[in-house]
Write a protein that binds this ligand. Structure first.
Ligand SMILES: Nc1ncnc2c1ncn2[C@@H]1O[C@H](COP(=O)(O)OP(=O)(O)OP(=O)(O)O)[C@@H](O)[C@H]1O
Ligand SMILES: [Mg+2]
Length: 361
């Protein structure tokens, strides 16, 4: 191999697969490197046809080879792995990257965001908290367990399907530094999901067991409201999980959330704390705080369950706008009051004791 070819391979060894987080060369994805005159053609073997990250990989290879002395033109050609090649790759990856989020002894801290009532801001809290933890340098996964009413993909700006390497090897999609999986990536937003309990449970099992989360510090789980099928499955499968309850200041919302907290305790999950959302509106001109709802739901819920109140989030237009545009407020408005509260909650999550309790089933 010529010096020039060696230099090219050395540079290619630094190009990572964006989802597998390993060098293309190690993954057997560089099929060929041909140098003719001052032109180099690299053939990259993608794991699946129609790989959504094709453009990104082509760009990364081109950038890596830009500026190599003696090369004036870089061409990237793509091909697709044969089923055998893909199987070999998945076998190699399985032990390294496979999920351990359901195992009791695993290192990952599972944070289940729940509420009694719907519409109190669970998904908003789950998404902003996941991004805030990632901004603190943590490896974060975000599992949207709201199968019927998924909203995470829209809120964090994911609009593509996950890559499926094998039946039991689904790659989460990265957005804003967070690894995300949601039913919303598998069906169109307008399609109603009309599944009965067993199918729901099966999909959740897949999300927990077959998604290659990799080595996470945190798995944030956004749940549907209440104590239905999903909450029960999560409670049974994620023993080591700790629950974060979201409520509005309204007494009614807090009262219903008590039941969710009690259920978590019953199955041996920890209660990390309570977040009160939509606590007040701050007047943009005079700075005065106006409560939107009567009641101290957060405080009351925290007291009833013996858990700390970790923060009170104001109502801010940037929160709902960000949710609709796929740009959470901690990302777009880091200086806002709400972003500061989300960061404060993230800090409390990190400071909390994450002792694993034993499940009582
Ligand atoms: N503090 C806030 N300020 C402004 N808008 C907010 C705030 N919190 C939540 N919202 C908006 O309120 C709506 C409901 O919030 P979200 O979807 O997070 O609630 P949820 O508890 O997950 O609902 P569901 O039970 O339907 O899953 C969203 O449109 C969201 O953008
Ligand atoms: Mg939600």
């Amino acid at each position: 191999m010529s010096d020039l070819e060696q230099e090219i391979w050395r540079r290619l060894a630094q190009v990572m697969d964006p989802e597998l987080h390993r060098p293309l060369t190690e993954l057997g994805m560089v099929e060929a490197v041909k140098v003719r005159r001052q032109q180099v053609t690299v053939t990259v073997k993608l794991t699946t046809a129609g790989c959504p990250l094709k453009g990104r990989i082509e760009g990364d290879v081109t950038t890596a080879l830009a500026g190599v002395e003696g090369i004036t033109e870089v061409t990237v050609v793509t091909s697709v792995m044969t089923p055998d090649e893909r199987q070999k790759l998945t076998q190699e990856l399985r032990p390294v990257r496979h999920s351990s989020v359901t195992k009791d002894g695993s290192r990952v801290r599972v944070l289940i965001v729940g509420s009694g009532k719907g519409g109190v801001g669970k998904s908003t809290v789950a998404v902003n908290l996941a991004v805030a933890l990632s901004q603190r340098g943590r490896a974060v996964g975000l599992l949207d367990a709201d199968i019927y009413g998924f909203s995470v993909p829209r809120m964090i700006g994911v609009d593509r399907k996950p890559v499926v390497l094998a039946d039991d090897m689904i790659l989460p999609v990265e957005a804003l530094g967070v690894q995300v999986i949601s039913m919303g990536m598998l069906v169109d937003e307008g399609t109603p999901v009309m599944w009965r309990g067993p199918m729901l449970t099966k999909l959740l099992e897949q999300f927990m067991g077959d998604v290659m989360w990799g080595d996470l510090d945190y798995l944030v789980v956004d749940s549907p409201p209440g104590t239905g099928d999903v909450a029960i499955t999560l409670a049974q499968r994620l023993h080591q999980g700790q629950v974060l309850l979201v409520t509005t200041p309204q007494v009614a919302a807090a009262k219903v959330a008590v039941r969710v907290g009690e259920m978590a305790k019953k199955v041996g999950q920890g209660l990390l704390g309570v977040v009160e959302n939509m606590s007040y509106l701050r007047c943009p001109s005079c700075g005065e705080q106006t409560p939107l709802f009567s009641g101290q739901g957060g405080q009351e819920l925290a007291q009833a369950l013996g858990a700390p109140l970790l923060g009170k989030i104001p109502v801010e237009p940037a929160i709902s706008e960000g949710g609709d545009l796929g740009r959470p407020v901690v990302w777009t408005h880091p200086d806002s009051e709400s972003a500061a509260v989300f960061r404060q909650v993230a800090e409390a999550v990190e400071a909390a004791s994450w002792q694993v309790t034993t499940a009582v089933s």
